[in-house]
Design a protein around this ligand. Structure first.
Ligand code: ZN
Ligand code: ZN
Length: 189
């Protein structure tokens, strides 16, 4: 019966919101931003950590985390497409991408001096694709809902004329904010 109820919920939800955007909301004042990236239970409003982690997050109605439980008080409110902002420190490029994934960058013709260009490309690219609904849902826990976004990078230097599809990993924070997890995890399949 539970499965049937869940299915029925999904169908009515879809009929109501279609493939538009929705913001998940509950009555807790806590969300991922308030909790500094690690959601905890809110005993005052009786909201569990996972519902806190999704509080005020924005997804396409037909591509959103389907975490629900009995007596969950979260609502899906129709909203305009997100105007994404970034939580994406430059060190993710300078101290991670061009250090730990130096070889991958080099294989596309990129060198550490291209850090600003790569930052803009990944950040702006992710904002655009997310706002157009082009993301894939990944793992979900109290740190939030991960999404991956595929971006095309143009080769540089000895790789001029080539293009590469890379996967970039983000956590969806409240109100359309993208928190960077992994600037580039690898090639798109
Ligand atoms: Zn909950
Ligand atoms: Zn809930």
């Amino acid at each position: 019966m539970k499965e049937l109820e869940a299915l029925y919920g999904k169908i009515t939800d879809y009929l109501k919101n279609g493939d538009g955007w929705v913001r998940r909301e509950n009555i807790s004042p806590k969300d991922l931003d308030v909790c500094n990236g690690e959601a905890t239970d809110d005993g005052i409003t009786h909201t569990c950590a996972l519902c806190v982690a999704l509080n005020r997050t924005v997804f396409k109605n037909d591509n959103k985390p389907d975490y629900y439980h009995p007596f969950c008080k979260c609502e899906q409110k129709p909203t305009a497409p997100p105007e994404p902002t970034l939580d994406f420190p430059m060190r993710k490029i300078k101290d991670y991408l061009f250090v730990k994934k130096e070889e991958l960058m080099r294989s596309m013709g990129y060198l550490p001096e291209d850090a600003d260009e790569v930052y803009a490309l990944l950040g702006e690219g992710a904002k655009k694709e997310y706002a157009e609904g082009n993301y894939k849902l990944g793992f979900f826990n109290e740190h939030g809902q991960r999404i991956s976004i595929t971006l095309r990078m143009k080769g540089k230097r000895d790789k001029l004329g080539k293009s590469f599809d890379v996967v970039t990993g983000w956590m969806v924070y409240p109100y359309g904010k993208l928190h960077n997890n992994t600037p580039i995890s690898g090639w798109a399949k």
